[in-house]
Each structure stands twice: as structure tokens, then as C-alpha cells.
Ligand binder design. Structure first.
Ligand code: ADP
Ligand code: MG
Length: 337
């Protein structure tokens, strides 16, 4: 199919999406030929993941293009992080309503800056005219150990394991609710929350540091209860979370302004459990790996918090230290719905 020719498809690719390869990159050939060529390290596995962002569904049409370029790649790098993979490269399939040079300059800047920070080369893609749609595929590598896979999977959680979460939760959802007009927060709180929504930090270094330490992992794109739910389902186990620990994950309470008063604890917990768009990691590890988890957190300069434990009984429960644990139903617990 013919593509948009206003700026010229090839000129557009040349100007905004072509950059010199790093000398030490496993990418042998990048943008410009029919295929890119990758040479992963010997004795390693390739990790591959795709994520599509559709205007109106995954981002607001008013989103700053620099931030959008960052986020489009960040959500993909977050999947590599969840598997413990080291990023190598990405392809970018882009449908654009028109070749808007200012938009393209911002978008490519946001994307390539994050790519460079993670040694992830843009190695190819496709460009066509159409409703704004961004599809990125990332490639990463995971070294084999004694010939065996070290990838972090959703299926490895076992009863007795601890449950951990990186960073903070709830900020992105908070910003979204402010945009929707359902909550009001002080300006500086909104700006901090908005940055977390529009420029999430993929936990790439933590994911790699957790190889051989975590028993299971998943990144949090849809909310803690749902994404931990994926681990529970794949592993055939359940979990009980300590509400007093989990509530400490709420990002907003760490902001340098007094924002706590905005939420009662039910709403705070709801943000933590059902927030979405946080791109943190939820992972499990046996109790004897606690020191190794702390070392991984320190080595990657990423805070992690233990919030509960894995049980043999299926289901997700929340315990506040007093009453009997309450069974969580991700949808019914959402106080924003
Ligand atoms: P083909 O016709 O073989 O599909 P294209 O004309 O679509 O190739 O693309 C030419 C080159 O530009 C290819 O190397 C392709 O991978 C690359 N490319 C196309 N669009 C993008 C993009 N948005 N970002 C990066 N590389 C791109
Ligand atoms: Mg093509």
C-alpha cells in the first residue's frame, strides 16, 4: 500500500528514525535495508515483546510528543524488564495522520533518548498514513546459565514465597483521574503524578538483577491486583497482601508537598491495587532470597517493598492486621469505577 508522501516516507525515516549504531552493539545492520541483522551473544536467549499504543485508547491526543515517544518505548522496555532481559533493539511501526515535522521531531527525540539510555537501537520499522497508532517490538537477550534459561516467568511462584513490588504505585491513575475531573489535587502533586503517567520508568536494571533471585515476575501495566493475578493464575497459587505494607506503595505520599489529606485510606488502597499504567515490577522470591532481593534493589538503585506472601489456596486476599483477610475482587474493589 502506498504511504503518506507529504514529507516523503524515506526522507521522514532518514531524518527522524535513522541514527548511527553503537560500535559494541549486537546489531549488525539497522535501518535502511529489507531486514535488520542482529547477532545476540552466544549462549543467550532472545526475548521479544510488542505493545501497541492507540490514540484515545492508550494516550490522550494532547500528550506532548516527547513524552509520548518516551512512553511508547518505556511500556515495551518494561516487558523486557519483567523477563530479566537486557534490551538490544526495537522496531517501530507507525501510522500517522500526516507527516507533522514538529510532532515527529518531538516523538523521535523522546523515543531515541530513552532507547540510548538503555543501549537499545532502533533497527527498523514501517511507516504508513492512517489514524495515529504506534506499535513497537523490542528485542532483548538473556544469557543462559549452564545451558538453562534464566528468564523470569509468571509461572514460578510457590507457596511460602514473599511478594514484592518496586517503586511506587497509583500515581499514573491519580493523574488520569485528575484529567477526567473525578479528583482534585494541588498543582505540584498533579505535575509529579502526570510525569509518572506520561514518562514511566521501566525497571530494566532491577529485572536483570533479579535473574536467579526472583521466582516469578510481571510488570504492572493494568494494576497490581490484576497483574499479580497473572502470576497467581500462571503459577497455580494464591496470595495474601498486608494492607499496611501495600498502602506505603502509594507514590503521592512521598511527594515533597503535603498531599496525604486528599485521600482516605480506602481510596489510597484502591489507587495502589487498581491503579494501572505504573510500569513497576511485581515479583516473588523465597524467604531465603530476601538478602539477594535487597542486594538486587541496591545494585539497580530501585526501591522494593515486601507486601505479602504466596499461599497454596488460590485467590487474592487483603489483610489489615486485625480482621480476617478479605478476598479481593479486582473490579469490585475499584473505588473509581
Ligand atoms: P519495505 O518496503 O521493505 O517494507 P520500507 O520502505 O517500509 O521497507 O522501509 C525502509 C527501511 O526503513 C527499512 O529498513 C525499515 O525497517 C525502515 N523503517 C521504516 N519505517 C521506519 C520507522 N518508523 N522507524 C524506523 N525504521 C523504519
Ligand atoms: Mg515497509
Amino acid at each position: 500500500m502506498p504511504s503518506s508522501k507529504s514529507l516523503g516516507e524515506f526522507e521522514l525515516i532518514q531524518r527522524f528514525f535513522t541514527h548511527p549504531l553503537r560500535a559494541d552493539s549486537p546489531v549488525r545492520l539497522g535501518v535502511g535495508d529489507d531486514c535488520a541483522l542482529l547477532q545476540p551473544q552466544p549462549n543467550s536467549e532472545l526475548a521479544i515483546s510488542s505493545d501497541m499504543l492507540v490514540e484515545g485508547r492508550h494516550f490522550l491526543s494532547t500528550t506532548d510528543p516527547v513524552r509520548l515517544g518516551h512512553k511508547a518505548l518505556a511500556v515495551n522496555l518494561s516487558d523486557l524488564a519483567a523477563c530479566g532481559a537486557k534490551p538490544i533493539g526495537l522496531t517501530l511501526a507507525l501510522a500517522l495522520p500526516r507527516a507533522d515535522e514538529a510532532w515527529l521531531a518531538g516523538f523521535s527525540q523522546g523515543l531515541l533518548r530513552l532507547a540510548q539510555a538503555h543501549g537499545c537501537e532502533l533497527i527498523g520499522g514501517d511507516t504508513t498514513q492512517g489514524p495515529l497508532n504506534i506499535c513497537i517490538t523490542v528485542f532483548g537477550e538473556i544469557p543462559l546459565k549452564d545451558g538453562r534459561s534464566q528468564a523470569l516467568l509468571r509461572s514460578g511462584a510457590r507457596p511460602g514465597d514473599d511478594v514484592y513490588v518496586s517503586g511506587t504505585l497509583g500515581d499514573a491513575r491519580l493523574a488520569l483521574e485528575v484529567f477526567r475531573g473525578t479528583v482534585q489535587v494541588p498543582g505540584p502533586v498533579f505535575e509529579a503524578a502526570r510525569t509518572r503517567l506520561e514518562q514511566p520508568t521501566p525497571r530494566v536494571a532491577l529485572g536483570q538483577a533479579l535473574r536467579g533471585v526472583a521466582s516469578a515476575a510481571c510488570d504492572i501495566s493494568d494494576g497490581l491486583s490484576g497483574d499479580l493475578g497473572h502470576i497467581l493464575q500462571s503459577s497455580g497459587v494464591g496470595a495474601t497482601l498486608d494492607a499496611r505494607q501495600a498502602i506505603q506503595l502509594l507514590g503521592v505520599q512521598r511527594y515533597p508537598v503535603n498531599a496525604r489529606g486528599v485521600f482516605d485510606s480506602q481510596r489510597a488502597l484502591s489507587l495502589v491495587l487498581n491503579g494501572g499504567d505504573d510500569y513497576e515490577l511485581v515479583f516473588t522470591a523465597p524467604p531465603q532470597a530476601a538478602a539477594a532481593v535487597a542486594a538486587a534493589a541496591q545494585a539497580s538503585a530501585t526501591p522494593v517493598l515486601k507486601i505479602g506472601g504466596i499461599d497454596a489456596a488460590p485467590g487474592l486476599r487483603l489483610w489489615d492486621g486485625d480482621a480476617a483477610p478479605q478476598t479481593l475482587n479486582a473490579t469490585s474493589f475499584d473505588h473509581f469505577k
